[in-house]
Write a new protein. Structure first.
Length: 497
């Protein structure tokens, strides 16, 4: 029995340009073969047990052959797996998607193509360049500048009919053309194109470090060399190349804000900060695994204590998976470390009875001491590596308690590698817990690349590990340990920018 293969367009650059259909397929993927030019953020979407295979190619460098890629796709599909071939842009626009689909069809594999936004349109749009214009360009041509020569065994300039292209006019979009820019411009000039024809080069199109160079055909090569334009770049030739329909008329770099922690925390904060004029990075590299264990006898307890939304989710997923009856919990008082945890409890139908004014472990423990006696017993529902601060305060007060590990937090190596590629560009780094801080610096031991980064921490307890380190970075602690306060702190910092 064979699985399925999806040839998926990841869009160009900005990971948010992927389609909803592609996202839904990625969430079910068991194997992902990906290119170099996709956003690595997309590799956080598949399940944690997904197999990832890098089959990317670079200009004039040795890489895996197309025949080998086809063989891997067929092999994995025949293992009855859901396989995603994730390609930058659109699979059918110079992406060799047709070759892969043909190989799969010939092998009798069930396969599907999912379109993506090509850089031939998307990169131009982000640079404020419309690919067509009613007045100036009623057609456009897309071509690749680089082709592989079997005779020379290397990438060479694609054989192009420059006179015909010059005669047709409209907009000419050239992908993979930066290495051949001088030849391209010389050939168009020789074909009779106006030396003053507008030309634009878009480097790192749609990304936070996008750069746009505008000029004329006769001189663009010299300027591009001086300004160190390299791949990945898109070259645009035609009257529309002079357009700049962007809100910002400069190549100003947006502040880069990284959010570290578990995926739930990072996704929530990314969602809440999406409207900001900044580049928000989800730096989650921690996976949560529910502890598939026997539940305790709830009749032995008087209170349930939760120290994070993750803990609430893990507890109730386990509780319901075991087909328990929610009425078993009705006699219990519920305690939450903060409003985020309390809101999550409410989603499962339970009001929070105890919540501290200051959202941290110490203040939660003090509230527990006020509300329970030594004759009563608490169940602390937490992760495997939770802080023992609450435990210590409860012991000193002679409050009986039992710890219940409802979930495990582990480092995801693929996500860790993705995070490492973003660390050197961070202006701000947000942490939601002390454990998040500790795990981050245990994982990324060489933190010299963060010397200019400001840290934003959810509460004093969260910031404590940073204060105990030999760091000179500014540490920003909002007045309240909540998502809302973190968002407000980020807003205030961006106003200063």
């Amino acid at each position: 029995m064979s699985g399925k293969v999806f040839i998926v367009g990841a869009g160009c650059g900005d990971f948010e340009l992927i389609t909803v259909k592609a996202l839904n397929i990625l969430r079910k993927a068991q194997v992902v073969l990906y290119d170099n030019l996709i956003s690595l953020e997309l590799l956080k979407i598949p399940p944690s047990n997904c197999e990832f295979i890098n089959v990317g190619k670079r200009f004039n460098t040795k890489s895996i052959s197309q025949d080998e890629i086809n063989s891997i796709l067929i092999e994995k599909a025949r293992q009855n797996k859901i396989v995603v071939r994730l390609k930058g842009g659109d699979p059918y626009v110079f992406g060799r998607g047709a070759e892969e689909m043909t190989a799969l069809i010939n092998a009798g594999i069930s396969c599907f193509e999912v379109p993506g936004i090509t850089s031939a349109i998307g990169a131009l749009a982000y640079a404020g360049i419309p690919v067509t214009s009613r007045e100036l360009s009623r057609n456009f041509t897309v071509l690749t500048a680089s082709s592989y020569s079997k005779e020379l065994k290397k990438e060479v300039l694609t054989d192009i009919d420059y006179k015909s292209l010059t005669k047709i006019g409209g907009t000419i979009v050239i992908l993979m053309g930066i290495h051949h820019l001088k030849e391209l411009c010389d050939n168009f000039l020789a074909a009779g194109m106006n030396p003053e024809m507008p030309v634009a080069i878009i480097m790192n199109g749609t990304l936070s470090n996008q750069k746009v160079l505008r000029g004329e055909l006769k001189s663009i090569t010299k300027t591009a060399i001086e300004q160190e334009f390299t791949n990945p770049s898109v070259v645009v030739i035609g009257q529309v190349a002079s357009f700049d329909l962007t809100a910002s008329k400069t190549n100003l770099r947006k502040p880069v804000i990284g959010i570290a922690g578990t995926n739930n925390f990072c996704e929530k904060l990314v969602d809440r900060t999406g409207y900001l004029d900044a580049n928000i990075k989800n730096l989650s590299f921690l996976d949560i695994t529910i502890n598939d264990c026997n539940l305790p006898d709830f009749s032995m307890f008087n209170g349930l204590v939760f120290t994070s939304p993750n803990g609430v989710d893990a507890f109730f997923k386990l509780f319901l998976a075991k087909k328990n009856d929610l009425r078993e919990l009705m006699h219990l008082k519920f305690a939450a470390i903060g409003e985020g945890t309390a809101k999550r409890l409410l989603e499962y139908g339970f009001m929070t009875d105890i919540i501290p004014e200051i959202y941290d472990s110490q203040n939660l423990a003090m509230e527990l001491v006020k509300n329970f006696t030594s004759e009563q017993k608490l169940l602390l529902c937490r992760a495997n590596n939770a802080s023992d601060e609450i435990d210590s305060i409860l012991r000193d007060a002679r409050i009986n308690f039992e710890k219940f590990t409802s979930y495990y937090i582990n480092v995801n190596e693929m996500k860790k590698r993705i995070c490492m590629e973003s660390l050197s560009e961070l202006d701000y780094l947000v942490f939601g817990s002390a454990y998040g801080v500790e795990t981050f610096f245990e994982t990324f031991k060489d933190y010299k690349f963060l010397k200019n980064t400001k840290f934003i921490c959810m509460g004093e307890r969260c910031a404590l590990p940073l204060k105990n380190m030999d760091l000179n970075n500014e540490i920003i602690i909002p007045s309240k340990a909540s998502i809302d306060a973190i968002v407000s702190a980020i807003e205030s910092e961006l106003i200063k920018e």
